[in-house]
Design a protein around this ligand. Structure first.
Ligand SMILES: [Zn+2]
Length: 489
């Protein structure tokens, strides 16, 4: 299914809306979550907590979004988190210089090419402004961080471009007060900000977005000393090594054949695969793509992008970076603080393996992979634990005491489940509306309910209906949320 169809559904059914949309000066790259989108986001984060953070015994923090300038001096963002841009001298439009050249010539332009070389390429290829054909000015580096002036002194601070910097700067205290031992994962979910020059494609490239990041700290000399690796080493993943695709390779094979640098990396790639399977992605359309030298972030020794195939091509959902000791060493140098910790009786500066997940994109891709336009209806087959509404409660008719009975059931469920009561329109249309937002189960109350206390339970996926006693509703919903098939009889 296509991107435009999904975005239309998101807009029309209360998943997402452009921020400040009633104003003509609303800016691109900012989106609000509507009620259904917000519920999915919360449920997605719950799943991340359950299947990654708690499963692995990590700890979670919640850092500030405004951070001091020195953090980004140390991290390298002030210097290196830049895009090359050119401005049109006629219409003032700003363009990404590397993309402009790439689109015109078809040749790959590395982001970090010196600006003088970019200027030369603009001239050589006679490039003009794509919007008005005007002349282009000189290229310059544009920093993608949002600057914030703090207090009356307008002190330079920045909105964090990634959540992980809080984890690095909090690490020495966390290690001490939480009595941590290596290896240990520290997780954080929250907002990050990037001042993209040309945000495109709706939720794929946002200026304000949600990340869930995990930094795993470990002793580099003991990167293969990991007992829990045994639990997941047979997990099969798709590995793309410079265009050479290994389908369904076991994580243990990936490690033994040195496609991944150590057992820590192999273990977390397996965990991530299992997480996305539970989130409902079609894993046949997924791959871990190893990044080559030109593509890797400046701090990464090894990097894998977890990507999924969609109607708009392969989309990166998680950047898995082996950041070595880069971050802690850099913060140690600028802050003067000792970042080394004790492992046994030896002092080490831990290395870091990072899983940096984009939440907004993940939700889009899960929706696309589970969305189906069928002849009779549109249906999203969200996993029940992610669906924005868990159960619809529908009186068959609006008379003879049936709505009252239905409301009684709704009132009993509504504080424990995302339940939705709907009495308007034909029963068929009410089913369709709930199918369209991915609600896994509907309960219909009819004349028979008044006689024998049974209700109809309808399955979203098969449209099959069974009758259950109304005392069994809660138990059945629990089973549905655990993805047990309650409809096979
Ligand atoms: Zn122009």
């Amino acid at each position: 299914m296509g991107y435009d169809e999904i975005m239309k559904l998101f807009l029309e059914r209360g998943f997402l809306m452009p921020s400040c949309e009633i104003y003509s000066d609303a800016l691109a790259g900012f989106w609000d979550y509507g009620p259904h989108g917000n519920t999915i986001k919360n449920r997605y984060v719950d799943l991340w907590r359950r299947e990654l953070v708690r499963r692995d015994g990590m700890i979670e923090i919640d850092g500030t979004q405004v951070m001091s300038k020195k953090v980004f001096v140390a991290s390298g963002h002030l210097e290196s988190f830049v895009d090359p841009i050119v401005k049109c001298e006629k219409c003032n439009a700003t363009h990404r210089a590397d993309r402009l050249i790439q689109e015109a010539t078809g040749q790959l332009v590395p982001e970090r090419l010196p600006v003088e070389q970019l200027d030369q390429m603009v001239v050589e290829n006679g490039l003009r402004c794509p919007s008005c054909k005007g002349l282009l000015g000189k290229a310059r580096r544009f920093n993608l961080m949002f600057r914030v002036g703090v207090g009356a002194a307008d002190d330079d601070s920045y909105l964090r471009p990634e959540t992980c910097q809080s984890i690095f700067v909090d690490y020495p205290r966390l290690f001490k007060v939480m009595r941590l031992r290596l290896p240990i994962g520290v997780a954080q979910f929250g907002k990050s900000f990037r001042n993209e020059i040309a945000p495109r494609q709706g939720v794929m490239r946002l200026r304000e977005f949600y990340q869930a990041e995990i930094e795993v700290f470990f002793n580099p000399e003991r990167a293969n000393d990991l007992g829990k690796y045994e639990e997941v080493k047979d997990q099969k993943i798709n590995l793309d090594l410079d265009g050479n695709m290994l389908q369904g390779v076991k994580c243990s094979e990936a490690f033994e054949q040195k496609h991944v640098p150590n057992k820590i990396v192999a273990y977390y790639l397996a965990l991530l695969h299992q997480f996305y399977e539970k989130a409902g992605l079609d894993m046949k359309k997924s791959r871990f793509r190893r990044l080559g030298g030109q593509e890797k972030a400046f701090y990464a020794e090894a990097a894998f992008d977890f990507e999924v195939e969609t109607s708009i091509g392969w989309v990166e959902l998680v950047a898995c970076n082996y950041r070595t000791g880069y971050d802690l060493a850099a913060h140690s140098k600028v802050s003067g603080q000792d970042m080394a910790v004790l492992d046994g009786d030896k002092k080490v500066v831990p290395h870091v393996f990072e899983l940096s997940m984009g939440i907004d994109r993940s939700i889009y891709c899960i929706t696309e992979h589970t969305y189906a336009a069928e002849p009779e209806r549109t249906v999203i087959r969200f996993k029940p634990h992610l669906a924005p509404v868990t159960v619809g409660i529908l009186p068959l008719v609006n008379k003879d005491g049936i709505p009252e009975t239905a409301k009684g059931i709704y009132n009993a469920l509504k504080t424990r489940y995302d339940a939705f009561y709907d009495e308007s329109g034909s029963i068929g249309r009410r089913y369709r509306r709930l199918d369209e937002i991915g609600c896994p189960a509907c309960i219909t109350i009819d004349y028979q309910t008044l006689q024998d206390n049974t209700v109809t339970l309808r399955d979203r996926d098969s449209m099959k209906q069974i009758r259950i006693n109304k005392d069994q509703v809660e138990l059945t919903l629990e089973k549905i949320l655990r993805t047990e098939d309650v409809f096979k009889q």
